[in-house]
Write a protein that binds this ligand. Sequence first.
Ligand SMILES: O=C(O)CCC(=O)C(=O)O
Ligand SMILES: [Fe+2]
Length: 291
Amino acid sequence: MTDIIRLPIASWDQPCSPQEQFAATQALEDGQVLLLPQLDFPLLDAERPFLSPDIAGAAKNVSLNPADGSVRGSSAAGTELGVLHGMMTRFAASSQTLLRQLLSPYAPTLRAGRTSFRPVEIAGRETSWRKDDTRLHVDSFPSSPTGGERILRLFTNVHPQGRTRSWRLGESFEGVARRYLPSLHRPLPGSCELLHLLGITKGRRTAYDHFMLQLHDRMKADTKYQAQVEQSTHEFAPGQTWLVYTDQASHAAMAGQYAFEQTFYLPVAGMVESAKSPLRVLERLMRRELV
Ligand SMILES: O=C(O)CCC(=O)C(=O)O
Ligand SMILES: [Fe+2]
């Protein structure tokens, strides 16, 4: 079962002891959620107006692309867009500062991905079942194959009126894999190359990505599983930050509004114990390389 491990870290640039760093990598690589209950991200006065769903466009999330520094998915323009950009880059920089201290074993290979600001209430949102993150799932995205690289995400709840972000946490990755693997389809020969050539995927979808997407979909489509699998609920309070490998830990976000999220990617070789990665777990269970 996915568990919550707490560390008393109160600032983004706090030095971390080797013991804290070891506890952090171990908890994360075991698929647990690492909660920093005292780590807040206070907004500046000029940023307070962004605490409104109106700042988001149809995509519901505002995102910062690290490749070109562009902010997408917002209704802001001009000066307001500049302030929004400043807020997003400050969260991205704070997250990176924290991880350099807290997860220093990852420093040589960790790569920052997108930053998102999520100002829209989760509960009652209309989406297709496949995009519905209120269903337990492991992260895997059709257009962004990782080839096995880890997806590590950091969240901070910044709700100004005390509303928690409510998550469900489910069974272990190996539990998910053992349950669904026997019924998964193999990729059609050549299909992964074709998706890349057609521009449907950014990079080549490997056999690993193919199976992870199916796991994601199978979990979400299985309403009996959603109701019956062993699970727990956790309320993340405003002013709290948490980290989790979302490609490994079964999770679902049920309710809440106003959170930041920073995605990181880590090659399997950069982990402390790479045998715990979804890639190596699937390869062990299937007795084949998933390249
Ligand atoms: O917004 C959230 O709290 C989490 C949603 C989710 O499943 C994800 O971002 O992977
Ligand atoms: Fe997710």
